[in-house]
Design a protein around this ligand. Structure first.
Ligand SMILES: CS(=O)(=O)c1ccc(C(=O)Nc2cccc(-c3cn4ccnc4c(Nc4ccc(C(=O)N5CCOCC5)cc4)n3)c2)cc1
Length: 285
């Protein structure tokens, strides 16, 4: 079917190719925090739609490339992906406007005291399965995240978990973040082929997903504790992997270990992972 007779996407009334948002239709509210690109604020769009607005600090992003890519990103739609509504690119700083997730990052959510008390395996596994569903959708669309981690997932009502900022890492200008030797490079979530050749793929996302599962079942602990990045690189090259978190079923840890197969081709796809995790959640929980 031609794009014109497809029903317009359910992204808050956006028509097919309207990724440009008029910033006069945005009302900026409280600050939510700041990340790689600067400050993020909650906002209201067209008076009623809750949004999160990333305000791109000058010089932090390769803007023209991103604006081009935003047209593709707005078409990626799944219940476990934070929806990109559009961009305000006619003025500077650029705004990136997404759906709003009211409970913030999964990492912060995992670190709440009540989380470790309950450490309810069923809830923890359900959060992992939701992330896996979002990543399986990206895998199906040949879209690589490049920075999957609990800090880049967000929590909404009823323990909904969504993957955020997929593909955004490609537009970061800070080479402390982009080069594998840089201080901000996410070494602890990177497989050998990324550490050695920065060779990203859906299978490098699967490695990162294994580390995210470890974060979830460790209630937000830092992987490899206080080890320095150089020490982690050494261990990963030698095939040393993260140990089983205390509150984690052996079957779940077995899935994590498959995500950390040294060779990317030996790691399961997100589609296979999703089926395996669903079986575990239906049998042992
Ligand atoms: C490296 S990368 O992948 O390119 C990349 C990844 C992430 C980022 C980035 O800016 N992340 C980032 C930073 C801050 C907030 C966001 C951020 C983005 N969002 C998108 C949808 N919803 C949110 C949201 N919601 C929040 C955040 C915090 C709270 C919270 O706990 N509060 C209590 C204290 O008062 C305030 C509310 C509540 C909701 N926060 C995203 C930038 C770049």
């Amino acid at each position: 079917t031609s794009p014109c007779d497809r029903p317009a996407p359910a992204t808050a009334g956006l028509s097919h190719d309207k990724w440009e948002i008029d910033h006069n239709e945005l009302m900026l509210l409280e600050e939510l925090g700041s990340g790689q690109f600067g400050v993020v604020r909650r906002g209201k769009w067209r008076g009623s739609i809750d949004v999160a607005v990333k305000m791109m600090k000058e010089g932090t992003m390769s803007e023209d490339d991103f604006i081009e890519e935003a047209k593709v990103m707005t078409k990626l739609q799944h219940t476990n992906l934070v929806q990109l509504y559009g961009v305000c690119s006619k003025s500077r700083p650029i705004f990136i406007v997404t759906e709003y997730m009211r409970y913030g990052s999964l990492l912060k959510h995992l670190r709440r005291p009540e989380m470790s008390l309950s450490s309810n395996q069923g809830l923890l596994l359900d959060m992992c399965i939701q992330v896996c569903k979002g990543m399986s959708y990206l895998e199906r669309h040949n879209y690589i995240h490049r920075d999957l981690a609990a800090r880049n997932c967000l929590v909404g009502n009823e323990n909904i978990v969504k993957v955020a900022d997929f593909g955004l890492a490609r537009y970061v200008l800070d080479d402390q973040y982009t080069s594998s030797g840089g201080s901000k490079f996410p070494i602890k979530w990177a497989p050998p082929e990324v550490l050695n050749f920065t060779r990203f793929s859906s299978k490098s996302d699967v490695w990162a997903y294994g580390v995210l599962m470890w974060e979830v079942f460790s209630c937000g602990k830092m992987p490899y504790g206080r080890l320095k990045n150089t020490e982690v690189v050494e261990r990963v090259q030698k095939g040393l992997i993260l140990e089983k978190p205390k509150a984690c079923y052996k079957e779940v840890y077995d899935v994590m270990k498959k995500c950390w197969s040294h060779l990317p081709e030996n790691r399961p796809s997100f589609r296979v992972l999703k089926d395996q995790l669903l079986v575990i959640s239906q049998t042992i929980l």
